[in-house]
Ligand binder design. Structure first.
Ligand SMILES: Cc1ncc(COP(=O)(O)O)c(C=O)c1O
Length: 374
């Protein structure tokens, strides 16, 4: 049987990981500044993570959501403390798209309304509702076509106000920082206004922190830079450091009823123990502060590199543009210099390393990129 050929792949196969590096079968070492698409938060094969998951799988890997599972409550307690939102509730899912799907559903249940406002170039995932609020017609099948979603430009608060006046909207969904669009940071003032107007109009504000959350930007959630409190926050990627887990943080205004949401795998024992281990390490090793400090250093260093333009981002969610082909540059970085980076379109490079990356790793990247762009 062949694999369905949907991905364009580098001719590299990492078989082992350690910290900020992955290794192929020949023992060749690659610096990972991509984190497997912003997923690796505490580094590859962190000993505490390996031990916690190994012990859990040897005890009990899975049982269904029809029985008590105190690991879920432990995770909720730890998460509430880490992000400062311990009055919110947690619904556990398996991926970013599923988290958004459930957030959209909660907003619609809560308000009884159907329409959703999203932003130009947004990416929220590939499942039915998540792809409908994603601004990319190419990945929406005819089945997904809907007239229930309106897109307005990121930052255009007047367009938001005009749309919400119809009274038909259940939600506005926005990324903490747009990732797939190439790292587009919404202004703090815009987010504050957005919070005010959604509150005034009785529309739920959903913050998609799937990529920008879990400490990546130097705050636990990127929207915390604006000091706002959304109604729903979706998260995934960094939450399990590669173990598939996602979740929605739900503000106290939502009332649950039995069977309202559900999943077979969400919140399973193994996923919860992975996520608890991730939070242990994030807190013990002070990784949110490290993301802020090393991220600021990286932004500053990148701004001094000839040939690099429009350096942007927060913490370790960084984008910059280059003249010429970014995909070609990224391929050279991997194949010739053994450095993984992320991309976005024809001219953007993204850096999304694990939160324990060091200034020395950044220096190594700067040295190589200077050499290539020279
Ligand atoms: C902001 C954002 N939301 C949602 C998703 C979808 O997450 P998943 O691929 O886990 O479904 C992504 C994935 O890249 C993302 O960047």
């Amino acid at each position: 049987m062949n694999l369905f050929p949907i991905y364009s792949l580098y001719d590299v196969e990492p078989v082992k990981g350690s910290g900020n590096y992955v290794f192929d079968a020949n023992g060749e070492r690659f610096l990972d500044l991509y984190g497997g698409h912003a997923v690796i938060s505490i580094g590859h094969a962190h000993p505490h993570y390996v031990k916690t998951i190994s012990e859990q799988v040897a005890r009990l890997g899975f049982y269904s959501n029809s029985v008590q599972n105190s690991l879920q409550q432990q995770l909720a307690d730890r998460l509430g403390k880490a992000c400062g939102l311990d009055d919110y509730s947690l619904f556990l899912a398996n991926s970013g798209a599923e988290a958004n799907e459930n957030a959209l559903k909660l907003a619609s249940f809560h308000t009884g309304k159907q329409r959703v406002l999203a932003f130009g170039n947004a990416f929220h995932g590939r499942t039915s509702g998540a792809v409908q609020v994603t601004d990319n017609p190419k990945i929406n099948s005819p089945f997904n076509l809907t007239d229930k979603v309106t897109f307005v430009p990121l930052g255009d608060i007047e367009a938001v106000k005009r749309e919400l006046q119809s009274g038909e909207y259940c939600a506005v969904i926005i990324e903490g920082i747009q990732g797939v669009a190439g790292i587009r940071v919404p202004d703090n003032d815009f987010l504050c206004e957005l919070r005010k107007v959604t509150q005034r109009m009785g529309v739920c504000l959903i913050l998609d922190e799937v990529q920008s959350g879990y400490g990546r930007t130097g705050r636990f959630f990127a929207h915390q830079y604006a000091g706002i409190k959304p109604d729903l926050i979706s998260m995934a990627k960094g939450m399990g450091n590669g173990f598939p887990i996602g979740g929605v943080l739900i503000s106290p205004m939502f009332k649950a009823w039995g069977g309202m949401l559900g999943t077979t795998f969400g919140g399973n024992h193994l996923a919860c123990s992975a996520a608890i281990a991730v939070l242990d390490v994030i807190v013990d090793e002070n990784l949110v502060a490290n993301a802020r400090e090393v991220g600021e250093y990286a932004l500053e260093q990148l701004r001094g590199v000839p040939g690099i333009k429009d350096v942007r981002g927060r913490g370790l969610m960084i984008g910059f543009d280059v003249d010429g082909s970014a995909p070609e540059l990224r391929k050279r970085l991997v194949m010739e210099h053994h450095i993984f980076t992320g991309g976005a379109g024809a001219s953007t490079v993204r850096l999304l390393p694990a939160l324990n990356v060091t200034k020395e790793h950044i220096d190594e990247f700067i040295r190589v990129i200077k050499q290539i762009l020279n």
